[in-house]
Design a protein around this ligand. Structure first.
Ligand code: ZN
Length: 384
């Protein structure tokens, strides 16, 4: 049966689907037309398709089920149909690569999901359980806020385990760090004033901002001690500092922005308190007001049990397709898998080794798309 599944994956059919999805532009918050196109492809193939609005009526989500009719686990294939806001690049296959907007991130991967469903159906390989395919808008930041995925999860469009086809194919990420994007605002009372005319003892927001940077960097040194397998350590990174209007004016405000990442699930609130305590210290010493103006958490840390049925099914599929299991690793970014894990649904990110995500030069080797379609189909057959 495994050989039948592998042979049933059809490269041309997969590429036709990928090109049909890429050909419909779908910048985040505007993925309605491509969702319609995907729903039409799935319905034409005879799969049961639903279109829940899922908190985003502008582009209802796509939900397709392939059910064996027998009890068993449900494997979810989940992907986002929206792409980052860059000039549109039409689909093209050349020299063994698929090009175009979303080819890497992640319409190529969604087409591989569809092809895996077809392969399972064509050879009658799913003897128990079901596969649930979900696709949605609202993923890419800063335009989207993940509301459609959150609504799908809330409304019960979930499996017992989920695969996500983000462009990560050379390690199986079984752990990932949580992250907060922060901005600190340093202010003083009064108006801007010429530096030669300032009263004695006027608080210096630039110096206080610089002190915040030094103290946060010192904290970062301590954070290196908080480690976890596969993901490294907690970190605090400052990417931007801004304050003042001209060289000889005493300003009233300074901003410091960066990221705080952590390895232990659920430790975002403690990380926030730790930073607020440090800011209160600097404020008291400098006579300024300092507040954490933003603290946005796109995802929490997670760890997958490496002995879980999903990891086992995935690794046996990977071994059958490539000859070896995939090395275990950490996930270098936050994706929708962090959201599923926070909701208690085990999620594995595995997609084609693709290039150029978030650029106008997206490209993915056709062989990689075929490879992941085979891995997805075999994982479903074993897991369900
Ligand atoms: Zn993506």
């Amino acid at each position: 049966m495994e050989d039948n599944i592998l042979q049933a994956v059809d490269e041309q059919r997969l590429l036709d689907t990928a090109k049909a999805l890429i050909a419909v532009p779908s910048p985040t918050l505007d993925a309605g037309a491509v969702a319609d196109a995907l729903a039409a492809i799935l319905a034409e193939e005879g799969f049961a398709v639903e279109r829940p609005q899922a908190d985003w009526p502008q582009a209802p989500a796509v939900v397709a089920r392939f059910d064996s009719g027998q009890p068993g686990r449900v494997l979810q294939f989940d992907g986002h149909l929206d792409t980052v806001h860059l000039p549109f690049v039409p689909p093209k296959v050349e020299n063994g690569h698929l090009y175009g907007s979303g080819s890497s991130d992640m319409k190529g991967g969604i087409a591989a999901f569809v092809e895996a469903l077809r392969a399972l159906r064509d050879v009658g390989a799913l003897t128990k359980g079901a596969v649930l395919l979900t696709a949605h808008d609202h993923h890419e930041a800063p335009w989207g806020d993940r509301r459609q995925l959150l609504a799908l999860i809330r409304e019960g469009f979930v499996g017992d385990g989920v695969l996500l086809p983000e462009y990560l194919g050379d390690a199986l990420p079984i752990a990932g760090r949580g992250m907060a994007v922060f901005s600190v605002e340093v202010e003083r009372d009064g108006a801007p004033v010429h530096e030669g005319l300032r009263p004695a003892g006027l608080p210096d927001v630039i110096a206080a901002g610089a002190e915040v940077v030094l103290r946060l960097n010192a904290l970062n040194e301590h954070l290196r001690e908080r480690t976890a397998p596969h993901v490294g350590s907690d970190t605090l990174f400052i990417g931007r500092i801004e304050g003042g209007q001209i060289y000889n004016q005493v300003p009233v405000q300074c901003r410091v922005e960066g990221t705080r990442r952590w390895v232990a699930a659920g430790s975002g609130a403690a990380a926030r308190r730790e930073m607020e305590d440090l800011l209160a210290d600097v404020a008291a010493a400098s006579g300024t007001r300092i507040r954490l103006a933003d603290w946005n958490m796109p995802g929490d840390a997670f760890a997958v049990d490496q002995n879980s049925p999903l990891v086992g099914a995935f690794q046996s599929a990977h071994e059958q397709v490539t000859g070896a299991p995939l090395p275990l690793g950490g996930k270098p970014f936050i994706d929708d898998g962090n959201v599923f894990m926070a909701a208690g649904i085990e999620a594995l990110t595995h997609g084609p080794c693709a290039m150029g995500a978030h650029t106008t030069d997206e490209q993915v080797p056709v062989a990689e798309l075929v490879r992941v379609a085979k891995v997805y189909a075999l994982t479903a057959q074993t897991f369900c």
